[in-house]
Write a protein that binds this ligand. Structure first.
Ligand SMILES: [Fe+2]
Length: 321
């Protein structure tokens, strides 16, 4: 069907299931000033999928183990050192770092500050591009942590277990659980991949939907590189199955009304939307999370964000007013 009016328009809205945009800089996470804090929750859902953000100035003085979710950390800015139970790695702006459920880790900004966006999925996440090669060069671009023998095994230390009820349980342990001895297997479950190295998939000349590069085992969450690509603008549509979360990472080009690096947009499932053109000659970087979870912004995220129009993903006129 076609419609006679421009369907994404709305005059006003009341209630929690309404599209929003959040410039991450406007939400200062607790861990920015309190080294003992965990990342701040941006959105949560009934099925355990959560979005969080972190902006540390100091290293984590404890080790954390998420016992119920895989965590995908996207580094929006800064350089971050991750020490994990399977080795250490350094992540840069634009990198995804996947830490599967029950792998203990901690991280630290390398030069003063960092900002990350974290997706927590209760179902195991893995790289699942539509063809085994082409979109991701696994041999060249997927990196794994390595043992750092310089890590001091001395303690005591704190090991924090994170659970889905958002309680924390803290063990005091005599040794650093991340001080490793030898690697006994070639399989390392933690990985790093830069957004820029994920090649774009399009259907000439109309564009078509993007292709996922990551999915969870039960298919509840999918991730896509939504950076600039050739093709037409998406059709006006309703996503019957998924909430759509897009992080506009940086330009130079704009993604519709998204021009500030680190702008998160959320269109809940069933809300009609259009979406900006992705055919931007200057280029921009962005990624998309589609999740069957019905997300709900936290009070902190609601306060820092604004209502969004679903044509070009700018502030809704009532928000601007
Ligand atoms: Fe959509």
């Amino acid at each position: 069907m076609t419609r006679r009016g421009y369907a994404p328009d709305y005059l006003s809205v009341q209630g929690v299931h309404a599209p929003r945009r959040l410039i991450l800089e406007r939400l200062v996470p607790q861990d920015a000033s309190d080294a003992d804090a965990l990342p701040t929750v941006v959105a949560r859902s009934r099925i355990g999928v959560r979005l969080l953000t972190s902006a540390r100035h100091a290293p984590m003085p404890f080790t954390v183990r998420n016992v119920e979710s895989d965590e995908i950390h996207f580094i929006q800015s800064g350089q971050v050192r991750f020490d994990t139970e399977v080795g250490s790695l350094q992540a840069e702006e634009g990198d995804f770092v996947c830490i599967p459920r029950s792998v203990a880790y901690r991280y630290a900004p390398i030069q003063g500050a960092m900002r990350s966006m974290i997706v927590e999925c209760p179902s195991a996440a893995s790289l699942t591009p539509p063809a085994p090669f082409g979109m991701i060069n696994f041999a060249r671009d997927v990196r794994y942590p390595k043992i750092d023998r310089e890590l001091d095994a001395g303690g005591p230390g704190k090991l924090v277990l994170k659970t889905a009820d958002e309680e924390v349980t803290t063990f005091v342990v005599p040794h650093d659980p991340l001080a490793l001895g030898a690697q006994l297997s070639t399989a390392v479950p933690v990985w790093k991949l830069s957004l820029a190295s994920i090649q774009l998939h399009t259907y000439e000349p109309h564009g078509g939907p993007p292709s996922m590069f990551l999915s969870t085992r039960n298919g509840e969450s999918l991730m896509f590189n939504l950076s600039a690509r050739s093709g037409g603008r998406p059709p006006v549509h309703v996503n019957a199955d998924f909430d759509e979360v897009i992080l506009y990472v940086r330009g130079p080009g704009a993604y519709g009304a998204c021009t500030e690096p680190g702008t998160l947009t959320w269109v809940p499932k069933g809300v009609i939307h259009h979406g900006p053109s992705e055919a931007v000659p200057d280029g921009y970087q962005a990624w998309l999370l589609e999740t069957r979870a019905t997300l709900r912004f936290t009070p902190e995220a609601l306060a820092a964000s604004e209502l969004m129009e679903t044509g070009n993903y700018g502030p809704h006129p009532t928000a601007a007013a």
